[in-house]
Design a protein. Structure first.
Length: 519
Protein backbone atom coordinates (compact mmCIF):
# COMPACT_ATOMS: atom_id res chain seq x y z
CA UNK A 1 0.00 0.00 0.00
CA UNK A 2 1.41 3.39 -1.00
CA UNK A 3 2.02 6.04 1.64
CA UNK A 4 -0.70 8.23 0.07
CA UNK A 5 -3.29 5.47 0.28
CA UNK A 6 -2.15 4.46 3.79
CA UNK A 7 -2.62 7.97 5.15
CA UNK A 8 -5.97 8.36 3.42
CA UNK A 9 -7.13 5.11 5.02
CA UNK A 10 -5.88 6.27 8.43
CA UNK A 11 -7.77 9.56 8.04
CA UNK A 12 -10.95 7.65 7.26
CA UNK A 13 -10.54 5.06 10.05
CA UNK A 14 -9.95 7.63 12.77
CA UNK A 15 -12.69 9.86 11.41
CA UNK A 16 -15.16 6.96 11.35
CA UNK A 17 -14.34 5.97 14.92
CA UNK A 18 -15.11 9.42 16.26
CA UNK A 19 -18.08 9.73 13.94
CA UNK A 20 -19.80 6.72 15.52
CA UNK A 21 -19.18 8.07 19.02
CA UNK A 22 -20.33 11.59 18.19
CA UNK A 23 -23.41 10.32 16.33
CA UNK A 24 -24.70 8.45 19.36
CA UNK A 25 -23.85 11.32 21.71
CA UNK A 26 -25.47 13.92 19.44
CA UNK A 27 -28.89 12.26 19.51
CA UNK A 28 -28.73 11.63 23.24
CA UNK A 29 -27.55 15.15 24.05
CA UNK A 30 -30.18 16.73 21.79
CA UNK A 31 -32.94 15.02 23.74
CA UNK A 32 -31.45 16.07 27.09
CA UNK A 33 -30.88 19.67 26.00
CA UNK A 34 -34.41 20.05 24.63
CA UNK A 35 -35.94 18.63 27.82
CA UNK A 36 -33.67 20.43 30.30
CA UNK A 37 -32.78 23.71 28.59
CA UNK A 38 -35.86 24.29 26.41
CA UNK A 39 -36.56 24.57 22.68
CA UNK A 40 -36.21 28.36 22.72
CA UNK A 41 -32.64 28.25 24.06
CA UNK A 42 -31.62 25.49 21.63
CA UNK A 43 -33.13 27.49 18.75
CA UNK A 44 -31.30 30.61 19.96
CA UNK A 45 -27.91 28.86 20.07
CA UNK A 46 -28.55 27.49 16.59
CA UNK A 47 -29.13 31.01 15.25
CA UNK A 48 -26.10 32.44 17.09
CA UNK A 49 -23.84 29.71 15.74
CA UNK A 50 -25.10 30.45 12.24
CA UNK A 51 -24.26 34.11 12.76
CA UNK A 52 -20.76 33.00 13.74
CA UNK A 53 -20.59 30.96 10.55
CA UNK A 54 -21.49 34.10 8.62
CA UNK A 55 -18.69 36.02 10.33
CA UNK A 56 -16.31 33.21 9.41
CA UNK A 57 -16.86 34.14 5.76
CA UNK A 58 -14.16 36.72 6.59
CA UNK A 59 -11.76 33.79 6.25
CA UNK A 60 -12.14 34.50 2.52
CA UNK A 61 -11.03 31.02 1.47
CA UNK A 62 -7.48 31.72 2.59
CA UNK A 63 -7.13 28.28 4.15
CA UNK A 64 -8.12 26.55 0.91
CA UNK A 65 -5.73 28.59 -1.21
CA UNK A 66 -2.85 28.15 1.26
CA UNK A 67 -3.33 24.37 1.39
CA UNK A 68 -3.06 24.26 -2.40
CA UNK A 69 0.40 25.87 -2.17
CA UNK A 70 1.51 23.37 0.52
CA UNK A 71 1.07 20.18 -1.55
CA UNK A 72 4.25 20.49 -3.60
CA UNK A 73 6.69 21.57 -0.82
CA UNK A 74 5.30 18.82 1.42
CA UNK A 75 5.90 16.28 -1.35
CA UNK A 76 9.47 17.60 -1.75
CA UNK A 77 9.98 17.91 2.04
CA UNK A 78 11.01 21.55 1.53
CA UNK A 79 10.95 22.92 5.08
CA UNK A 80 11.96 26.44 4.08
CA UNK A 81 9.09 26.77 1.61
CA UNK A 82 6.62 25.30 4.11
CA UNK A 83 7.72 27.84 6.73
CA UNK A 84 7.20 30.65 4.22
CA UNK A 85 3.69 29.51 3.35
CA UNK A 86 2.71 28.88 6.98
CA UNK A 87 4.02 32.30 8.03
CA UNK A 88 1.72 33.89 5.44
CA UNK A 89 -1.14 31.81 6.80
CA UNK A 90 -0.38 32.82 10.39
CA UNK A 91 -0.33 36.52 9.51
CA UNK A 92 -3.55 36.34 7.50
CA UNK A 93 -5.40 34.27 10.12
CA UNK A 94 -4.33 36.66 12.88
CA UNK A 95 -5.90 39.49 10.89
CA UNK A 96 -9.02 37.41 10.26
CA UNK A 97 -9.42 36.67 13.95
CA UNK A 98 -9.50 40.36 14.83
CA UNK A 99 -11.77 41.19 11.87
CA UNK A 100 -14.25 38.55 13.08
CA UNK A 101 -14.09 40.04 16.57
CA UNK A 102 -14.85 43.52 15.27
CA UNK A 103 -17.64 42.19 13.04
CA UNK A 104 -19.18 40.38 15.99
CA UNK A 105 -19.25 43.57 18.06
CA UNK A 106 -21.04 45.44 15.26
CA UNK A 107 -23.62 42.68 14.70
CA UNK A 108 -24.33 42.46 18.43
CA UNK A 109 -25.66 46.03 18.33
CA UNK A 110 -28.74 44.71 16.50
CA UNK A 111 -29.60 42.00 19.04
CA UNK A 112 -32.22 44.08 20.90
CA UNK A 113 -34.26 44.22 17.66
CA UNK A 114 -33.71 40.54 16.79
CA UNK A 115 -33.94 38.84 20.19
CA UNK A 116 -35.59 41.36 22.52
CA UNK A 117 -38.85 39.34 22.58
CA UNK A 118 -37.26 36.08 23.77
CA UNK A 119 -38.03 34.74 27.22
CA UNK A 120 -34.36 33.94 27.87
CA UNK A 121 -33.53 37.64 28.07
CA UNK A 122 -30.88 39.74 26.31
CA UNK A 123 -28.11 39.22 28.93
CA UNK A 124 -28.02 35.49 28.10
CA UNK A 125 -28.08 36.25 24.36
CA UNK A 126 -25.03 38.51 24.68
CA UNK A 127 -23.22 36.13 27.03
CA UNK A 128 -23.70 33.19 24.67
CA UNK A 129 -22.78 35.15 21.56
CA UNK A 130 -19.57 36.65 22.97
CA UNK A 131 -18.54 33.20 24.22
CA UNK A 132 -19.03 31.79 20.70
CA UNK A 133 -17.17 34.82 19.30
CA UNK A 134 -14.20 34.22 21.62
CA UNK A 135 -14.17 30.55 20.62
CA UNK A 136 -14.01 31.46 16.93
CA UNK A 137 -11.25 34.03 17.42
CA UNK A 138 -9.13 31.54 19.38
CA UNK A 139 -9.50 29.06 16.54
CA UNK A 140 -8.21 31.48 13.90
CA UNK A 141 -5.42 33.04 15.93
CA UNK A 142 -3.95 29.85 17.39
CA UNK A 143 -5.20 26.74 15.54
CA UNK A 144 -4.19 27.57 11.96
CA UNK A 145 -1.43 24.90 12.14
CA UNK A 146 -4.03 22.19 11.69
CA UNK A 147 -4.11 23.08 7.97
CA UNK A 148 -0.51 21.93 7.67
CA UNK A 149 -1.36 18.61 9.29
CA UNK A 150 -4.32 18.15 6.96
CA UNK A 151 -2.30 19.04 3.84
CA UNK A 152 0.28 16.47 4.96
CA UNK A 153 -2.49 13.80 4.77
CA UNK A 154 -2.60 13.48 8.56
CA UNK A 155 -6.09 14.78 9.20
CA UNK A 156 -6.51 11.86 11.60
CA UNK A 157 -4.25 13.67 14.09
CA UNK A 158 -6.50 16.74 13.99
CA UNK A 159 -9.62 14.59 14.31
CA UNK A 160 -8.22 12.61 17.23
CA UNK A 161 -7.52 15.71 19.29
CA UNK A 162 -10.48 17.93 18.50
CA UNK A 163 -13.09 15.18 18.39
CA UNK A 164 -11.92 13.83 21.76
CA UNK A 165 -12.21 17.32 23.25
CA UNK A 166 -15.67 17.74 21.67
CA UNK A 167 -16.90 14.42 23.05
CA UNK A 168 -15.73 15.19 26.57
CA UNK A 169 -17.30 18.65 26.29
CA UNK A 170 -20.66 17.16 25.26
CA UNK A 171 -20.61 14.69 28.15
CA UNK A 172 -19.88 17.46 30.66
CA UNK A 173 -22.62 19.66 29.18
CA UNK A 174 -25.13 16.78 29.33
CA UNK A 175 -24.38 16.14 33.02
CA UNK A 176 -24.54 19.82 33.99
CA UNK A 177 -27.71 20.42 31.95
CA UNK A 178 -29.45 17.45 33.56
CA UNK A 179 -28.56 18.34 37.14
CA UNK A 180 -28.40 22.15 37.13
CA UNK A 181 -30.39 23.30 34.04
CA UNK A 182 -28.25 26.43 34.00
CA UNK A 183 -27.98 28.06 30.57
CA UNK A 184 -24.92 30.17 31.44
CA UNK A 185 -23.03 27.13 32.68
CA UNK A 186 -23.70 25.29 29.41
CA UNK A 187 -22.14 28.15 27.44
CA UNK A 188 -19.08 28.49 29.70
CA UNK A 189 -18.20 24.81 29.32
CA UNK A 190 -17.91 25.23 25.54
CA UNK A 191 -15.48 28.13 25.86
CA UNK A 192 -13.31 26.37 28.46
CA UNK A 193 -12.95 23.22 26.37
CA UNK A 194 -12.02 25.28 23.29
CA UNK A 195 -9.10 26.82 25.19
CA UNK A 196 -8.01 23.40 26.50
CA UNK A 197 -8.13 21.93 23.00
CA UNK A 198 -6.06 24.79 21.61
CA UNK A 199 -3.31 24.34 24.22
CA UNK A 200 -3.12 20.56 23.85
CA UNK A 201 -3.16 20.52 20.03
CA UNK A 202 -0.47 23.17 19.62
CA UNK A 203 1.75 21.29 22.06
CA UNK A 204 1.43 18.22 19.82
CA UNK A 205 2.25 20.27 16.70
CA UNK A 206 5.48 21.50 18.24
CA UNK A 207 6.46 17.87 18.90
CA UNK A 208 5.52 16.65 15.40
CA UNK A 209 7.08 19.54 13.44
CA UNK A 210 10.05 20.82 15.46
CA UNK A 211 11.44 22.53 12.34
CA UNK A 212 8.32 24.68 11.90
CA UNK A 213 9.20 28.34 12.36
CA UNK A 214 6.42 30.93 12.16
CA UNK A 215 7.22 34.61 11.67
CA UNK A 216 4.34 37.06 11.35
CA UNK A 217 6.70 39.75 10.06
CA UNK A 218 8.07 37.47 7.32
CA UNK A 219 4.56 36.26 6.54
CA UNK A 220 3.42 39.82 5.82
CA UNK A 221 6.46 40.41 3.60
CA UNK A 222 6.01 37.10 1.75
CA UNK A 223 2.53 38.10 0.62
CA UNK A 224 4.13 40.62 -1.74
CA UNK A 225 6.40 37.87 -3.13
CA UNK A 226 3.48 35.50 -3.71
CA UNK A 227 0.57 37.51 -5.21
CA UNK A 228 -0.97 34.27 -6.53
CA UNK A 229 -2.07 33.45 -2.96
CA UNK A 230 -4.29 36.52 -2.74
CA UNK A 231 -5.45 36.00 -6.33
CA UNK A 232 -6.78 32.52 -5.55
CA UNK A 233 -8.15 33.80 -2.25
CA UNK A 234 -10.28 36.37 -4.07
CA UNK A 235 -11.57 33.65 -6.38
CA UNK A 236 -12.49 31.39 -3.47
CA UNK A 237 -14.08 34.19 -1.42
CA UNK A 238 -17.28 34.31 -3.46
CA UNK A 239 -17.49 30.52 -3.26
CA UNK A 240 -17.36 30.78 0.54
CA UNK A 241 -20.15 33.37 0.71
CA UNK A 242 -22.27 31.23 -1.59
CA UNK A 243 -21.60 28.08 0.45
CA UNK A 244 -22.61 29.82 3.65
CA UNK A 245 -25.88 31.09 2.21
CA UNK A 246 -26.71 27.72 0.66
CA UNK A 247 -25.58 25.30 3.35
CA UNK A 248 -25.06 27.06 6.68
CA UNK A 249 -27.71 29.76 6.96
CA UNK A 250 -30.76 27.56 7.57
CA UNK A 251 -31.27 28.47 11.22
CA UNK A 252 -30.93 32.20 10.52
CA UNK A 253 -33.45 32.07 7.67
CA UNK A 254 -35.92 29.90 9.61
CA UNK A 255 -35.64 32.27 12.57
CA UNK A 256 -36.26 35.29 10.31
CA UNK A 257 -39.16 33.92 8.27
CA UNK A 258 -40.78 31.43 10.67
CA UNK A 259 -39.83 31.50 14.40
CA UNK A 260 -37.04 30.71 16.87
CA UNK A 261 -39.05 27.71 18.13
CA UNK A 262 -39.19 26.32 14.59
CA UNK A 263 -35.39 26.67 14.47
CA UNK A 264 -35.24 24.03 17.20
CA UNK A 265 -37.76 21.80 15.39
CA UNK A 266 -35.89 22.11 12.10
CA UNK A 267 -32.63 21.60 13.99
CA UNK A 268 -33.81 18.13 15.06
CA UNK A 269 -33.72 17.18 11.39
CA UNK A 270 -30.54 19.02 10.46
CA UNK A 271 -28.59 17.54 13.36
CA UNK A 272 -29.20 14.15 11.70
CA UNK A 273 -28.41 15.35 8.19
CA UNK A 274 -25.36 17.29 9.35
CA UNK A 275 -23.97 14.18 11.05
CA UNK A 276 -24.44 12.25 7.82
CA UNK A 277 -22.78 15.05 5.86
CA UNK A 278 -19.99 14.94 8.42
CA UNK A 279 -19.59 11.23 7.66
CA UNK A 280 -19.07 12.01 3.99
CA UNK A 281 -16.71 14.87 4.85
CA UNK A 282 -14.59 12.43 6.84
CA UNK A 283 -14.01 10.49 3.63
CA UNK A 284 -13.47 13.65 1.58
CA UNK A 285 -11.08 15.24 4.09
CA UNK A 286 -9.20 11.96 4.29
CA UNK A 287 -8.66 11.94 0.52
CA UNK A 288 -8.37 15.63 -0.42
CA UNK A 289 -4.65 15.86 0.20
CA UNK A 290 -4.14 12.52 -1.57
CA UNK A 291 -5.96 13.81 -4.67
CA UNK A 292 -3.85 16.96 -4.61
CA UNK A 293 -0.75 14.77 -4.48
CA UNK A 294 -2.12 12.59 -7.32
CA UNK A 295 -2.75 15.58 -9.58
CA UNK A 296 0.72 16.94 -8.79
CA UNK A 297 2.21 13.67 -10.12
CA UNK A 298 0.72 14.36 -13.57
CA UNK A 299 -0.29 10.78 -14.47
CA UNK A 300 -3.47 11.41 -16.51
CA UNK A 301 -4.44 7.75 -16.89
CA UNK A 302 -4.17 7.07 -13.18
CA UNK A 303 -6.00 10.32 -12.39
CA UNK A 304 -9.03 9.28 -14.48
CA UNK A 305 -9.03 5.79 -12.96
CA UNK A 306 -9.12 7.31 -9.47
CA UNK A 307 -11.82 9.79 -10.54
CA UNK A 308 -14.22 7.01 -11.56
CA UNK A 309 -13.30 4.92 -8.56
CA UNK A 310 -14.09 7.80 -6.20
CA UNK A 311 -17.31 8.49 -8.11
CA UNK A 312 -18.46 4.91 -7.47
CA UNK A 313 -17.55 5.17 -3.78
CA UNK A 314 -19.33 8.52 -3.51
CA UNK A 315 -22.54 7.18 -5.07
CA UNK A 316 -22.44 4.19 -2.75
CA UNK A 317 -22.19 6.58 0.20
CA UNK A 318 -24.88 8.86 -1.23
CA UNK A 319 -27.16 5.83 -1.46
CA UNK A 320 -26.46 4.90 2.15
CA UNK A 321 -27.33 8.44 3.28
CA UNK A 322 -30.33 9.17 1.07
CA UNK A 323 -32.01 5.76 1.34
CA UNK A 324 -31.56 5.82 5.12
CA UNK A 325 -33.10 9.29 5.41
CA UNK A 326 -36.06 8.44 3.18
CA UNK A 327 -36.76 5.25 5.11
CA UNK A 328 -36.18 6.25 8.70
CA UNK A 329 -35.96 10.04 9.25
CA UNK A 330 -39.64 10.75 9.90
CA UNK A 331 -40.25 7.63 12.05
CA UNK A 332 -37.10 8.39 14.07
CA UNK A 333 -38.14 11.97 14.81
CA UNK A 334 -41.58 10.83 15.98
CA UNK A 335 -40.25 7.96 18.11
CA UNK A 336 -37.36 9.89 19.68
CA UNK A 337 -38.58 13.48 20.12
CA UNK A 338 -42.36 13.09 19.82
CA UNK A 339 -45.10 13.73 17.26
CA UNK A 340 -45.17 17.45 18.11
CA UNK A 341 -41.66 17.84 16.62
CA UNK A 342 -42.54 16.28 13.23
CA UNK A 343 -42.32 18.49 10.13
CA UNK A 344 -44.13 17.80 6.84
CA UNK A 345 -43.07 15.09 4.36
CA UNK A 346 -42.56 17.77 1.70
CA UNK A 347 -39.91 19.46 3.86
CA UNK A 348 -38.17 16.11 4.33
CA UNK A 349 -38.14 15.32 0.60
CA UNK A 350 -36.75 18.74 -0.26
CA UNK A 351 -34.16 18.45 2.51
CA UNK A 352 -33.05 15.03 1.24
CA UNK A 353 -32.91 16.20 -2.40
CA UNK A 354 -30.76 19.15 -1.36
CA UNK A 355 -28.43 16.73 0.44
CA UNK A 356 -28.26 14.56 -2.69
CA UNK A 357 -27.14 17.55 -4.78
CA UNK A 358 -24.56 18.54 -2.18
CA UNK A 359 -23.09 15.05 -1.78
CA UNK A 360 -23.20 13.87 -5.38
CA UNK A 361 -21.17 16.86 -6.60
CA UNK A 362 -18.37 16.06 -4.15
CA UNK A 363 -15.90 14.23 -6.40
CA UNK A 364 -16.02 16.92 -9.07
CA UNK A 365 -15.46 19.58 -6.39
CA UNK A 366 -12.49 17.67 -4.91
CA UNK A 367 -10.77 17.47 -8.30
CA UNK A 368 -11.53 21.12 -9.07
CA UNK A 369 -9.86 22.09 -5.79
CA UNK A 370 -6.90 19.77 -6.43
CA UNK A 371 -6.34 21.46 -9.82
CA UNK A 372 -6.59 24.91 -8.23
CA UNK A 373 -9.52 25.85 -10.48
CA UNK A 374 -11.22 28.70 -8.61
CA UNK A 375 -11.67 31.19 -11.46
CA UNK A 376 -15.37 30.52 -12.23
CA UNK A 377 -16.46 33.26 -9.86
CA UNK A 378 -19.53 34.00 -11.97
CA UNK A 379 -21.01 30.58 -11.10
CA UNK A 380 -20.84 31.34 -7.39
CA UNK A 381 -22.44 34.76 -7.93
CA UNK A 382 -25.20 33.15 -10.00
CA UNK A 383 -25.96 30.59 -7.29
CA UNK A 384 -25.91 33.29 -4.63
CA UNK A 385 -28.24 35.73 -6.38
CA UNK A 386 -30.71 33.06 -7.51
CA UNK A 387 -30.82 31.64 -4.00
CA UNK A 388 -31.48 35.02 -2.40
CA UNK A 389 -34.12 35.95 -5.00
CA UNK A 390 -36.04 32.67 -4.72
CA UNK A 391 -35.78 32.59 -0.91
CA UNK A 392 -37.00 36.17 -0.47
CA UNK A 393 -39.91 35.51 -2.83
CA UNK A 394 -41.03 32.15 -1.40
CA UNK A 395 -39.96 32.03 2.27
CA UNK A 396 -42.46 34.66 3.52
CA UNK A 397 -45.32 32.53 2.11
CA UNK A 398 -44.04 28.96 2.35
CA UNK A 399 -41.59 29.13 5.25
CA UNK A 400 -39.08 26.26 5.39
CA UNK A 401 -40.32 24.90 2.04
CA UNK A 402 -39.47 28.22 0.37
CA UNK A 403 -36.02 28.29 1.99
CA UNK A 404 -35.21 24.79 0.72
CA UNK A 405 -36.53 25.53 -2.77
CA UNK A 406 -34.22 28.53 -2.90
CA UNK A 407 -31.25 26.28 -2.23
CA UNK A 408 -32.26 23.60 -4.74
CA UNK A 409 -33.16 25.90 -7.64
CA UNK A 410 -29.99 27.95 -7.29
CA UNK A 411 -27.60 25.00 -7.15
CA UNK A 412 -29.07 22.40 -9.49
CA UNK A 413 -27.88 23.58 -12.92
CA UNK A 414 -24.46 24.79 -11.79
CA UNK A 415 -23.72 21.59 -9.86
CA UNK A 416 -24.94 19.12 -12.47
CA UNK A 417 -23.89 20.82 -15.71
CA UNK A 418 -21.41 23.67 -15.32
CA UNK A 419 -19.00 22.24 -12.72
CA UNK A 420 -18.34 18.95 -14.63
CA UNK A 421 -17.78 20.93 -17.84
CA UNK A 422 -15.41 23.31 -16.02
CA UNK A 423 -13.35 20.45 -14.54
CA UNK A 424 -13.11 18.38 -17.71
CA UNK A 425 -12.36 21.29 -20.04
CA UNK A 426 -9.93 23.24 -17.81
CA UNK A 427 -8.45 20.59 -15.51
CA UNK A 428 -8.64 17.12 -17.03
CA UNK A 429 -8.59 18.40 -20.64
CA UNK A 430 -11.21 15.99 -21.92
CA UNK A 431 -14.63 16.35 -23.52
CA UNK A 432 -17.50 16.61 -21.04
CA UNK A 433 -19.25 13.94 -23.14
CA UNK A 434 -16.77 11.51 -21.61
CA UNK A 435 -18.09 12.53 -18.19
CA UNK A 436 -21.76 12.08 -19.06
CA UNK A 437 -21.23 8.66 -20.61
CA UNK A 438 -19.69 7.54 -17.35
CA UNK A 439 -22.21 9.26 -15.05
CA UNK A 440 -25.50 8.27 -16.70
CA UNK A 441 -25.52 4.70 -15.27
CA UNK A 442 -25.04 6.07 -11.75
CA UNK A 443 -28.07 8.38 -12.00
CA UNK A 444 -30.29 5.66 -13.49
CA UNK A 445 -29.38 3.11 -10.81
CA UNK A 446 -29.83 5.68 -8.05
CA UNK A 447 -33.27 6.81 -9.30
CA UNK A 448 -34.52 3.20 -9.49
CA UNK A 449 -33.50 2.53 -5.90
CA UNK A 450 -35.11 5.77 -4.68
CA UNK A 451 -38.43 4.48 -6.03
CA UNK A 452 -37.89 1.14 -4.28
CA UNK A 453 -37.02 2.95 -1.05
CA UNK A 454 -40.21 5.04 -1.08
CA UNK A 455 -42.33 1.94 -1.70
CA UNK A 456 -40.69 0.21 1.27
CA UNK A 457 -41.35 3.22 3.49
CA UNK A 458 -45.02 3.69 2.61
CA UNK A 459 -46.08 0.05 2.50
CA UNK A 460 -43.86 -1.62 5.10
CA UNK A 461 -42.15 0.71 7.57
CA UNK A 462 -44.68 3.48 8.31
CA UNK A 463 -47.67 1.14 8.89
CA UNK A 464 -45.65 -0.99 11.32
CA UNK A 465 -43.20 1.24 13.24
CA UNK A 466 -44.41 2.75 16.52
CA UNK A 467 -41.30 2.59 18.76
CA UNK A 468 -37.54 2.93 18.42
CA UNK A 469 -37.23 -0.84 18.95
CA UNK A 470 -39.54 -1.53 16.00
CA UNK A 471 -37.56 0.97 13.93
CA UNK A 472 -34.27 -0.72 14.82
CA UNK A 473 -35.63 -4.17 13.89
CA UNK A 474 -36.84 -3.01 10.48
CA UNK A 475 -33.59 -1.14 9.90
CA UNK A 476 -31.55 -4.28 10.64
CA UNK A 477 -33.69 -6.44 8.34
CA UNK A 478 -34.49 -4.16 5.38
CA UNK A 479 -31.69 -1.62 5.15
CA UNK A 480 -28.69 -3.97 4.64
CA UNK A 481 -30.55 -5.93 1.95
CA UNK A 482 -31.44 -2.74 0.10
CA UNK A 483 -27.83 -1.54 0.24
CA UNK A 484 -26.50 -4.95 -0.84
CA UNK A 485 -28.59 -4.95 -4.00
CA UNK A 486 -27.62 -1.32 -4.65
CA UNK A 487 -23.93 -2.19 -4.31
CA UNK A 488 -24.29 -5.18 -6.64
CA UNK A 489 -26.06 -3.02 -9.23
CA UNK A 490 -23.19 -0.50 -9.11
CA UNK A 491 -20.66 -3.34 -9.30
CA UNK A 492 -22.23 -5.00 -12.34
CA UNK A 493 -22.94 -1.85 -14.34
CA UNK A 494 -20.22 0.71 -13.48
CA UNK A 495 -16.52 0.53 -14.17
CA UNK A 496 -15.62 2.67 -11.15
CA UNK A 497 -17.00 0.15 -8.65
CA UNK A 498 -15.03 -2.61 -10.40
CA UNK A 499 -11.86 -0.54 -9.93
CA UNK A 500 -12.68 -0.12 -6.26
CA UNK A 501 -13.42 -3.81 -5.59
CA UNK A 502 -10.27 -4.81 -7.50
CA UNK A 503 -8.21 -3.18 -4.75
CA UNK A 504 -9.17 -6.20 -2.63
CA UNK A 505 -8.19 -9.20 -4.81
CA UNK A 506 -9.82 -11.74 -2.48
CA UNK A 507 -13.24 -10.07 -2.73
CA UNK A 508 -12.70 -9.33 -6.41
CA UNK A 509 -12.05 -13.00 -7.25
CA UNK A 510 -15.14 -14.14 -5.33
CA UNK A 511 -17.30 -11.69 -7.28
CA UNK A 512 -15.59 -12.34 -10.60
CA UNK A 513 -18.66 -13.95 -12.12
CA UNK A 514 -20.29 -10.50 -11.98
CA UNK A 515 -17.32 -8.87 -13.67
CA UNK A 516 -17.00 -10.93 -16.83
CA UNK A 517 -17.43 -8.00 -19.20
CA UNK A 518 -14.31 -5.88 -18.46
CA UNK A 519 -11.42 -5.53 -16.10
Amino acid sequence: MSERVHRSVMNIKVGMFFYVLSLFLAFFSRKVFLDCLGAEFIGLTGMLMNIMSFLSVAELGIGTSIVYFLYKPLQEDNHQKINEVMSMLAFLYRCIGFIIGAGGLIISLFFPWWFGHLGTGLPLVYFAFFSFLATSMVGYIFNYRQLLVGANQRQYVVNAYFQTIALVQSIVQIILAYYYRNLYLWVVVGLVFTIIGCIVFNYRIRKEYPWLRISLKEGKANLKKHPEVLKKTRQIFVQRIKNFILYRSDEILVGMFVSVIQVAFYGNYTIITSKLNFLVNILSDGMNAGIGNLVAEGNDKNTMKVFWELTAIRFLIVGIVVFGLLLFLQPFIVCWFGTQYRLSDLIVYLLVFNIFIFLSRGVVEMFISAHGLFSDVWAAWAELFVNLAVTLCLAPFYGIVGILLGKIISVFFIAFFWKPYFLFSRGLHKSVTFYWKGMTPYYIIFACFVVITLLLRYYIIEPQVTTLLHLAVYAIVIYPLLLLFYFLALLVITRGMKYFVARKPTIYNKLKFLLHDEQ
